[in-house]
Design a protein around this ligand. Structure first.
Ligand SMILES: O=C(O)c1ccccc1NCC(=O)[C@H](O)[C@H](O)COP(=O)(O)O
Length: 270
């Protein structure tokens, strides 16, 4: 049975083929070179995690698992609210068919703030990596569940060659062991199973201890409260990627401040 990841891969490859036919690689590379220089995404998270939490706050209008999440959707205003609330970095969904995202949302959010920005999309082809830089992305996401080792290494190197960081996303032990063979310091543990949509923080609790010490854990998905962050911090996660729970709040800046409000010193074990 085909899953959402299979369906996304099919339409992404069609999209890319069309874009390749309409935009020359030389033009795309020129646009990537002309884009604002990359903001250090991994560095910002590392710095934040030395004395507190690193927060990647996600600009997410809708999702396959939840449908419409936020009707009042203004990416530059949301970016400013996240920055005012203390986010370290932004994640912006650019996939249209499944998330109601758009490339323009990434550029608009990036322009509105000084925060490093992740292009949250489904990448299979180095062409998309160059396109991400042209869209001002400072970091790209690689999902191990939908890439083989060779593809992941090729996409990672393409991103590094353009000065971007890479968030490698895993959901189980086998994917984590494959991610550890790559170079990126950022390992995202997605608490959401992208096939069944089941979400459990046990995924981070289970996998965190297996992450090599020189990597930075980013716990992703299903995070709602300061206690969730404090809980996963006990397992070694210092960075968090949060979308829905912040997007559903009318006052996004206040919600961002609130989720970061439980100080590390009060948590013990850190
Ligand atoms: O969110 C989904 O339904 C989804 C479905 C299929 C593939 C990816 C999906 N989400 C991407 C993400 O991983 C999340 O947007 C991100 O981790 C934030 O999660 P949340 O805080 O639960 O919105």
């Amino acid at each position: 049975m085909s899953t959402i990841l299979d369906r996304i891969k099919t339409y992404k490859l069609e999209e890319v083929a069309k874009l390749k036919a309409s935009t020359s690689l030389a033009d795309l590379e020129a646009a990537a070179q002309a884009a604002a220089p990359p903001r250090g995404f991994a560095r910002a998270l590392r710095d934040a995690a030395t004395s507190g939490y690193g927060l990647i706050a996600e600009i997410k209008k809708a999702s396959p698992s939840k449908g419409l999440i936020r009707a009042d959707f203004d990416p530059p205003e949301l970016a400013k609210a996240y920055e005012a609330g203390g986010a370290t970095c932004l994640s912006v969904l650019t996939d249209g068919p499944s998330f109601q995202g758009a490339d323009a949302y990434l550029m608009a959010a990036h322009d509105a703030v000084d925060l490093p920005c992740l292009r949250k999309d489904f990448l299979y082809d180095p062409w998309q990596v160059t396109q991400s830089r042209a869209l001002t992305a400072d970091c790209v996401l690689l999902i191990m569940a939908s890439l083989d080792d060779g593809q992941a290494a090729e996409l990672e190197q393409a991103a590094f060659d353009l000065g971007m960081d890479v968030l490698i996303e895993v959901h189980d032990e086998a994917e984590l062991d494959r991610a550890a063979l790559l170079k990126s310091p950022l390992i995202g543990i997605n608490n959401r199973n992208l096939h069944s949509f089941e979400v459990t923080l046990d995924t981070t609790r289970r996998l965190a201890r297996r992450v090599p010490e020189d990597r930075l854990i980013v716990a992703e998905s299903g995070l709602y409260t300061p206690d969730d962050l404090a809980d996963l911090a006990q397992y070694g996660a210092r960075c968090f990627l949060i979308g829905e729970s912040l997007m559903r709040q009318p006052d996004v800046a206040a919600a961002t401040r609130a989720i970061l409000s439980r100080p590390l010193t009060a948590q013990g074990g850190l």
